[in-house]
Design a protein around this ligand. Structure first.
Ligand code: SF4
Length: 209
């Protein structure tokens, strides 16, 4: 069995958050193959993901894929060169008395962190898209989305590209200047896609902006 399949098998059996008393709704969700050129890391599976038993199936994900298609990605890319995951792998449940999803706590993210570390080590992405503030802060440290959207960050040989969350619950994109930042971020994504795919075809080609 492939290393990534073994890892997925282990992740699916994890109940660490349930055992710690958190109201997550397992099973953990994993999607993708390794190696993969791109990795998408969001916050946590949605209700829709849990129902479909597949990552990135809800309305916010569909909006994200519209953004990424505008940056040159195709539907084949999402099933092929993209590895899809999140900071935590189990649907966190709804906020009490509300129809919005509960964000995973810092303790749940800590419990799940080693799975993400293992995924990164096996998938070995060239570029990682960080989807939403929780994912951005996890990799870049606490900070302002306004200062980060429209930039790339290099750590350990991986290029990290922050993106805002596309959920209607976020008001960040209501501001025209932030929509301009998103457009800049997607232009960066488009350039990184072209460059990384060119390097994959010709590994010795010099990198260009
Ligand atoms: S969220 Fe992560 S650590 Fe928590 S039970 Fe699911 S897989 Fe395990």
């Amino acid at each position: 069995m492939l290393e990534i399949e073994l890892l997925h098998q282990e992740i699916r059996l994890c109940r660490a958050c349930t055992e710690a008393g958190f109201s997550v709704e397992p099973p953990p969700l994993v999607s993708g193959h390794a190696p993969a050129t791109f990795m998408l890391i969001g916050q946590a599976p949605s209700r829709s993901d849990q129902l479909n038993q597949h990552m990135y199936t809800g309305p916010a994900a569909q909006k994200l894929f519209v953004w990424l298609r505008s940056a040159g990605f195709t539907d084949d890319d999402f099933g092929g060169i993209f590895y899809l995951t999140a900071l935590t792998k189990c649907f966190p449940g709804r906020l009490p008395g509300k129809s919005t999803d509960r964000a995973p706590s810092s303790r749940e993210m800590a419990l799940c962190s080693h799975w993400l570390t293992s995924q990164l080590a096996i998938v070995r992405p060239k570029a990682v898209l960080l989807f939403g503030k929780m994912a951005v802060d996890r990799f870049l440290g606490p900070g302002s989305m306004t200062d980060r959207i429209g930039q790339t960050f290099h750590q350990g040989g991986i290029e990290y590209i922050p993106l805002p969350h596309s959920s209607g619950a976020s008001t960040w994109l209501n501001y025209p200047e932030n929509r301009a930042r998103l457009a800049l971020a997607l232009e960066i994504v488009r350039q990184v896609r072209l460059r990384v795919l060119a390097e994959a075809v010709s590994p010795t080609a010099p990198a260009s902006g």
